[in-house]
Ligand binder design. Structure first.
Ligand code: OAD
Length: 236
């Protein structure tokens, strides 16, 4: 393990799988029973808002019954103890990184426990279900609250900040993501262009595995704590 100064970690649904949250594209994953185009697009929300509210309300409710796993906690430990910089960017909309102890989490695909008002643009933290009838806590108008989730066809959040970190990282770690959804699937190439070492952790291969210097195959709840030990052991 080399010595590093600036690490970027990208996580996907696989990091939360051992907490009991279904991934999207594995067998039994969310997109096996739901067509993403019927749920996760602005057009789907315009066509059948009730369906979209129910889908995200159920997923928000599920967060009450799950907890962070050793993979989330290992990343938080690295952020606390590493002498250099560790920037965490996740495609996940759950809050398990935060519950695992991470203080900095960049949610590029939005958050389940947040609502966005299409009338006034305000964002609200919420752990409760909401729908068309729920008034915005800010402007009091109902009918405008939507899940604060980045849907297909929408621009992910925080892209400028993410690009800045990718352009200067010397180690890029990707965990539990299938490499099917861009721009996140392209981050490994940005990191390579910056001269970074690249490590992928996945229980399988991903669509972008061949871009990584190292591929570590297995559950992130086991492999992440081990990798974090190695990095901390090598020092910054
Ligand atoms: P996917 O469901 O596409 O991929 C999950 C990945 O995690 C797969 O490659 C699995 O092999 C791996 N995996 C599963 N369990 C694991 C474990 N215990 N340890 C390590 N790896 C494991 O999920 P994402 O790549 O996150 O976007 O999906 C990206 C985006 O597509 C999501 O953010 C979501 C989805 O459509 C939107 O909703 C806009």
């Amino acid at each position: 393990m080399g010595q590093y100064q600036r690490i970027v970690i990208l996580t996907g649904a696989g990091v939360s799988a051992e907490s009991g949250i279904a991934t999207f594209r594995d067998a039994g994953g969310l997109w096996e029973n739901h067509d993403p185009m019927e749920i996760a697009t602005p057009e789907a929300f315009a066509r059948d808002p009730g369906l979209v509210y129910r889908f995200y309300n159920a997923r928000r409710e599920q967060l009450r019954n799950v907890d962070a796993n050793p993979g989330h906690r290992a990343i938080a430990r690295l952020q606390r103890e590493f002498a250099g910089e560790v920037f965490l960017v996740t495609q996940n909309v759950d809050d398990l990184h935060e519950r695992g102890g991470s203080e900095q989490v960049c949610h590029m695909h939005g958050e389940l426990r947040a609502a966005l008002c299409l009338h006034c643009g305000a964002r609200h933290r919420t752990e409760s279900s909401f729908d068309h009838a729920t008034p915005c806590p800010d402007c009091a108008v109902s009918g405008g609250l939507r899940p604060d989730i980045v849907w297909f066809g929408e621009m992910p959040y925080h892209m400028q900040e993410i690009d800045v970190h990718l352009a200067r990282c010397d180690l890029f770690i990707s965990v539990g993501t299938s490499g099917q959804v861009y721009p996140a699937a392209g981050f490994v190439r940005e990191a390579l262009a910056a001269g970074a070492d690249t490590i992928e952790i996945n229980k399988d291969t991903s669509g972008v595995s061949t871009w990584f210097h190292q591929q570590r195959q297995g559950p992130s709840g086991e492999l992440l704590p081990r990798l974090v030990e190695e990095i901390l052991g090598a020092g910054a």
